[in-house]
Design a protein around this ligand. Structure first.
Ligand SMILES: C[S@@+](CC[C@H](N)C(=O)[O-])C[C@H]1O[C@@H](n2cnc3c(N)ncnc32)[C@H](O)[C@@H]1O
Length: 285
């Protein structure tokens, strides 16, 4: 790429019309609301992609995205760029307390020797599923009362690679994860400059990850789950989309299984096969 081209990319601007077209497409495909206020964020994030591809204008980029090749290979990068992946270890800790105090003892009493199956739906970079794995391992305390598996899904392939890799920076880990859990469940990198931590194989082998877009008709999941965490993602959808998504998710929840959503979300007034057991915690009827 010549110097002038690079300078043009820095100057590239997404017009209102281009944003409307792209926003409508993103909303239709992902369910994510795309109000005009998101234009600046979308422009900034996609500019990085323009630079990577050496495409100087948004006009040319959108032609590529909506062309035959783009629909097959570029759309996934658009979704990666626009999704908000904010997450934390032990986010909304009351959910992990409820899990340890109610859900896991109940499962242990009823299902001796079977496998607890947990779905972290919209798992982002893995902090939520690894928190689940640590919480369940701690409950089991090395005992073999039951086995467990955690399946993480997300629309973003980029973020799923991070989750699968299970490498976290010092800042991601601390102070959210108590020191004794860091020592027990993470291996420190030898690189003294960029200190990172990788989840131990005993946790990683409990995990699997795959791409699921909640907007699809049905989800490529071959099993039903005892527990589903679907937190801090419904908030990005309109209410009718939220209801349709949770209805579909419920198809993958066993009767009596637990569904958790984020504290800034609400299912009040929706027609769902769920009964409320705690604020933000439901059980399948
Ligand atoms: C804010 S993060 C929440 C992560 C985690 N559940 C938590 O509470 O910390 C929202 C995640 O939802 C994912 N997402 C957005 N739209 C989606 C869709 N249509 N289908 C599946 N995942 C989606 C994003 O890629 C992002 O990783």
């Amino acid at each position: 790429m010549v110097f002038d081209d690079i300078r043009n990319i820095y100057k590239a601007e997404l017009s209102d019309d281009q944003f409307d077209k792209l926003g409508a497409f993103i909303n239709r495909e992902t369910g994510i609301k795309m109000p005009p206020a998101k234009k600046v964020m979308v422009q900034a994030r996609l500019k990085k992609r323009l630079k990577e591809l050496g495409i100087p204008t948004f006009e040319a980029y959108l032609q590529y995205v909506f062309g035959k090749d783009g629909i097959e290979s570029e759309v996934v990068h658009v979704f990666d760029a626009i999704s908000t992946n904010k997450t934390d270890f032990f986010r909304e800790p009351v959910h992990f307390s409820f899990l340890k105090e109610h859900v896991l003892p109940e499962f242990k009493a009823k299902n001796n020797s079977s496998t607890l199956k947990v779905w972290s739906a919209a798992c982002s970079s893995g902090e939520e599923p690894y928190t689940l794995a640590m919480s369940i391992s701690e409950f089991l305390g090395g005992g073999k009362d039951f086995d467990f598996r955690i399946h993480g899904t997300d629309i973003s392939t980029l973020i799923l690679k991070m989750a699968l890799n299970a490498v976290f920076t010092e800042e991601r880990l601390r102070p959210a994860v108590p020191e004794y859990l860091v020592r027990k469940y993470f291996m420190k990198s030898t690189d003294a400059v960029k200190r990172t931590y990788r989840a131990v194989p005993e946790l990683r082998q409990k995990m699997s990850f795959s791409r699921v877009n909640f907007m699809d008709e049905s989800y490529p999941l071959s099993e039903k789950f005892d527990v589903i965490f679907c937190r801090n993602v419904l908030i990005y959808f309109d209410r009718n989309v939220q209801e349709a998504v949770v209805q579909k998710i419920c198809r993958y929840l066993k009767p009596g299984g637990y569904f958790f959503h984020g504290h800034s979300e609400s299912l009040i007034g929706m027609n769902l096969p769920l009964k409320n057991v705690r604020p933000t915690v439901f059980q399948k009827i």
